[in-house]
Write a protein that binds this ligand. Structure first.
Ligand code: ADP
Ligand code: MG
Ligand code: ZN
Length: 606
């Protein structure tokens, strides 16, 4: 913008000087002199161009002389006044026409400039497309990852399995000396956030070799052939830097079963996969390169990838157990200021199902909260808040008192009471009316122990506890007043009881696996409900599910009826305090049940 304006100006100046040159030269001092001597009859000044047209007395032609003025001419004006010369200020039509002309030139110039920029830009992007896969290396290389095995906790078996890989990368000669074949590829299988990437980095770190990494999704590009050329590039670079480690994240993105999927195969992906297989086969003996790939969908991988000589070693990286979680918490707690009263064991107990990434995130959230609360060290209060947040989402604003709040209080206390009085149910951790995530109130239960195997009675207890909320609404407010608040509970109840029937053989239908986890590739889990059974069996399944749910619901309602007085008491307390923790909850329940016991004993004695 600025440059084009300058150009306009300079065009302008050169134009006026040209005009001046055509006429006789008559400059400012000439003008002043002629005014003094009284030769001037009339002057007009054009403010747009700052040019004075000077008409001289006794000039042969009646043409004015043009004089370029400076910006301010008080002296000139004063002189003109004192000599009583005819004086006018007027914008000459000719000069404004010239102006318009110049503007047009300027606009044209801008247009050309814009066009030029456009052409240049598209040319450069076309050049980028021509260079694909070559200049823009999409893999990362870390000369030293700086991560050691001690930074990875809770997946001890996987670490043990991979210790050998480290030894190989460090001292390949030992293996070659005895003629041992080295694994080329290791496949890490496990859910997201369990530390697969971290583990791969730790191997490179322990062995002190470079770490090449690329994600499967980065192989697959718009143009056919890009992925394959990236694979070639990656392996070429790796060979130059051997011994080293290549890490391919999300290998399922390229490694899916070839020819599978709807609408035919994907040429680009298949070419990339073929290239990858070729490169892996092309290793001459022990080149000192180990490939580690990670996936959470081993079931969709092409079987060619899993053949001997390729990813023939598979290592499971699963969610950490209680001790594993403790280890991970220790790793991530080491660089944080944690108050002495905080027990990492308690945190580990409270967080079954958390992945390593969840735990790292949990401690980080707690640390952020600590800063926000202006404390020096993380205390249990921040940890608790962070756990709740990681599990159930952000805390909302408390509900205003009213009928809805009372109903939600009954619903939550219903869950808690039914859970407490059902054998095999986890103990109450706390009941709260503070909304969080989607939920308007929440009842937390402490998972008792590692829940690898769950018994039938535990599943029944879980279903019953889940129905406790609706049961309380029903018993207390009547079935006309029940609400949508139980929607999520009912969803979980349905899925649990369906699994009991169709997967775990826990119903009268007997030991039959009626549902298959393996959905066809590319079809979402719920888009089709595959049924390998007849209509008749389907009806039987429905009947069994309904009978489980019915039975549990009746149990739940019975428990609510029996404990109605303590429920009312708890609801009042909950509305007042918003949150009741597990210990207080149990104390109130115990007191009231011993009281009822005393009363019944008294009546017995009488
Ligand atoms: P994945 O690759 O399995 O999805 P990552 O390795 O990317 O998981 O893990 C993400 C982060 O979570 C890591 O950077 C680390 O901070 C933390 N983490 C995950 N698992 C562990 C573990 N077993 N030990 C310590 N930290 C872990
Ligand atoms: Mg990862
Ligand atoms: Zn509920």
């Amino acid at each position: 913008m600025a440059s084009s304006l300058m150009l306009l100006q300079s065009l302008f100046v050169s134009n006026t000087t040209l005009a001046q040159q055509k006429k006789e030269v008559f400059n400012y001092s000439d003008l002043l002199r002629s005014i003094e001597t009284g030769e001037v009859s009339k002057i007009t000044i054009d403010p747009a161009t700052n040019i004075a047209n000077v008409y001289l007395e006794g000039a042969t032609d009646n043409k004015p002389k043009e004089v370029k003025l400076f910006n301010q001419n008080p002296e000139l004006i004063a002189k003109i006044r004192s000599k009583n010369i005819d004086f006018a200020v007027e914008s000459s039509a000719a000069s404004s026409a010239a102006m318009i002309n110049l503007m047009q030139i300027g606009v044209l110039f801008l247009l050309i400039l814009g066009l030029f920029i456009l052409i240049k830009r598209s040319a450069s992007s076309a050049a980028g497309a021509m260079n694909f896969g070559k200049s823009r290396a999409r893999f990362q290389m870390e000369a030293a990852t700086g991560i050691e095995f001690k930074d990875v906790a809770g997946i001890e078996e996987a670490k043990e399995e991979l210790g050998e890989v480290v030894t190989f990368l460090k001292t390949p000669d030992k293996f070659t000396a005895v003629g041992a074949k080295i694994p080329r590829g290791v496949l890490l299988i496990g859910p997201p956030g369990t530390g697969k990437t971290l583990l791969a980095k730790a191997i490179a770190g322990e062995a002190q070799v470079p770490f090449f990494s690329i994600s499967g999704s980065e192989f697959v590009e718009m143009f056919v052939g890009v992925g394959a050329s990236r694979v070639r590039d990656l392996f070429r670079k790796a060979k130059e830097n051997a011994p080293c480690l290549i890490f391919i994240d999300e290998i399922d993105a390229v490694g899916r079963q070839r020819g599978a999927g709807i609408g035919g195969g994907n040429d680009e992906r298949e070419q990339t996969l073929n290239q990858l297989l070729t490169e892996m086969d092309g290793f001459e003996g022990n080149t000192g390169i180990i490939i580690i790939a990670a996936t959470n969908r081993p079931d969709v991988l092409d079987s060619a990838l899993l053949r001997p000589g390729r990813f023939d070693r598979q290592v499971m990286v699963d969610y950490p157990d209680m001790n594993g979680r403790l280890g991970i918490l220790e790793v991530h707690g080491a660089n944080k200021k944690i108050d002495g009263e905080v027990s990492l064991e308690t945190i580990a107990q409270r967080t079954p199902g958390f992945s390593g990434a969840d735990l790292a995130n949990l401690l980080n959230e707690a640390a952020i909260l600590t800063v926000r609360r202006r404390k020096d060290a993380i205390t249990m209060a921040e940890i608790d808040a962070a756990i709740d947040r990681v599990i159930a989402g952000m805390e909302g604003t408390p509900l205003v008192d009213g009928k809805a709040k009372r109903l939600i209080a009954y619903h939550e206390v219903g869950h808690a009471i039914v859970g407490t009085f059902t054998k095999g149910h986890d103990p109450v951790e706390k009941v709260t009316l503070i909304p969080r995530g989607q939920a308007r109130g929440l009842t937390w239960f402490t998972p008792d122990e590692e829940q690898g195997l769950i018994s039938r009675s535990q599943l029944f207890a879980r279903v019953t506890g889940l129905l406790g909320g609706r049961a309380a609404e029903d018993v207390v407010f009547g079935d006309g007043e029940i609400t949508t608040g139980a929607g999520n509970d009912i969803e979980r109840v349905t899925s649990l009881s369906r699994q009991m029937v169709t997967k775990f053989g826990m119903s009268d239908l007997g030991l039959m696996a009626l549902e298959d986890d393996n959905q066809p590739i590319f079809l979402g889990n719920d888009s089709v409900n595959r049924s390998d059974y007849s209509q008749e069996i389907a009806e039987k399944i429905d009947k069994q599910i309904r009978s489980i749910v019915f039975q549990c619901y009746e149990n739940a309602k019975q428990i609510i009826l029996e404990h109605r007085s303590v429920i009312d008491q708890l609801v009042d307390l909950l509305i007042e305090k918003e949150t009741i923790d597990g210990d207080l909850f149990r104390k109130i329940v115990e007191n009231s049940t011993t009281k009822t016991l005393e009363i019944s004993q008294v009546s017995l004695i009488k």
